[in-house]
Design a protein around this ligand. Sequence first.
Ligand code: NAD
Length: 278
Amino acid sequence: MSGRFEGKVAFITGIARGQGRAHAVRLAREGADIIGIDLCEQIDTVDYPMANSSDLDETVKLVEGLGRGIVARRADVRDGDALTAAVDAGVAEFGRLDFVVANAGIMPVWGKDSNTMQAWQDCLDVLLTGVLNTVETTYPRLIDQGTGGSIVLTSSMAAVRPMMRTRGGHTLGLLGYSAAKAALINLAQNYASFLANYHVRVNTVNPTGVNTPMIQNEMVEDRFTNGNPEDIKALVNAIPVDAVDPEDIANAVAWLCSDESKFYTGNAMRIDAGASLR
Ligand SMILES: NC(=O)c1ccc[n+]([C@@H]2O[C@H](COP(=O)([O-])OP(=O)(O)OC[C@H]3O[C@@H](n4cnc5c(N)ncnc54)[C@H](O)[C@@H]3O)[C@@H](O)[C@H]2O)c1
């Protein structure tokens, strides 16, 4: 792999495992130093095990194993001050910031507490306000630095098509997840619009199911086994794969951070194996 990100620094949220880890490893492999945060705690409405501190330690090991620097902190995207402290620490270490990947997320869409207002609220707080906090704490630095940059917001195919087809498919959590992910497309367009003047680009990635612990768990297994087949159809890809891999999304993130996409901004990039064609 070329070192096309040598001397560049990326801030990534939700870095302990899954896609966040894949983005960190991919960008580091191509030369970037990494600033990363993760909650490393359970949120009550989430009915599958969330990441823990040893997951975060493993990401640190992987990035260091590639010979790159990493500043990793436990922090909650709902806490803007904690994000700012983590970014400050990373910029103090590495001297700059180039890329922001707002990836942290939860999926309280099925399971015992999924049809509660708390599940709805947790989705808005983590998936929408958390992304807002991530961008708010970083974009002024990119402007001040004066060398452009790329901001990637992790949305979902849930942003662009209905995820429920029957009454049994309805949960307040799934509505919250979908609404928050849809709002990220709008957020990206507005940020992209006013940051264009500074060559700072803002896009979303909109993945179909990705093979991470978010979907490789009993909650999802139970849904696929016992859910209404009509609702399951909403999750089917056109290209015949059950799900894509975190590295498939990391490929897109790497392209969005690279100069190859220097005039690509304000877009929702579907990496959905054609799911939205169905
Ligand atoms: N896996 C999928 O099928 C899929 C599909 C489309 C979009 N997404 C989105 O991709 C992103 C990454 O998810 P993943 O698949 O890697 O799942 P994951 O559960 O493996 O990873 C999510 C990470 O975010 C962290 N996190 C959660 N809430 C946080 C908070 N409040 N503050 C800081 N960190 C927090 C978790 O601890 C975890 O490490 C999420 O935004 C998710 O909604 C996932």
